[in-house]
Design a protein around this ligand. Sequence first.
Ligand code: FE2
Length: 243
Amino acid sequence: MKLLIVSDIHGNLHALESVIKKVPYDALICCGDLVVDYPFPEQCINTAKNAVTYICSGNNDYVVAHDRKASEFLREKYAHYAEALDRATDLTRKLITDESKRYLAGLPRECEFALDGISFYMNHTVPRMSLHHYLDLNTPLKELTAYYEGIRAEVLLTGHTHVPYAKKLGNKILVNPGSVGEPRDRDPRPSFATFDTTTGQIQLGRIEYDTAETTRVLKELNFPNYSLFCLRNGYLPDDPGEA
Ligand SMILES: [Fe+2]
């Protein structure tokens, strides 16, 4: 069985559609953040509802579903993003139905499942921490391993950083597929991971897609400039004013 693992769609429907159309898979797994920052959240929710086998909640799904402000959870270094982030969140709420909001509210915080005899654990960040907790990309392996103490699954899935990686943690493997809708590793192409349950092989991948329609609607709906900047450049500027 071939698993397609995605995360951090962020309302970027064209990126999501490109990945699920171009990459063959038997089961689709999503590590959260379906919405916020790009203008097709309702369509991304509906696509996910129809296509995913397992999905967990991301911090942005939580904020939208529970009428919270994204700025409440901002790390200090991004405090100057407060206004832009809250605007993106408010716009997103206006673009989804009540039913979709309920769907986001009902997403589980974490998932444990088994496929072809392989056990998986999935969480948008790490076990027992807030959905908004941000793991530094340079977190030492020892510290990373400690976060997963007590989790028995062989394959650990995460998202949130928008940067893809696969790391060995003892006899487990930790996979972050990066972001489909808003990559932040200076490569704007949608990022994903595949896992072959027969061979145990994990691959990280990227694809090209057409951003013209997303660009047009971002401008039309007056989404914050950082969304367009990230769409083009694959990273967030230090200051949203630079976008
Ligand atoms: Fe995200």
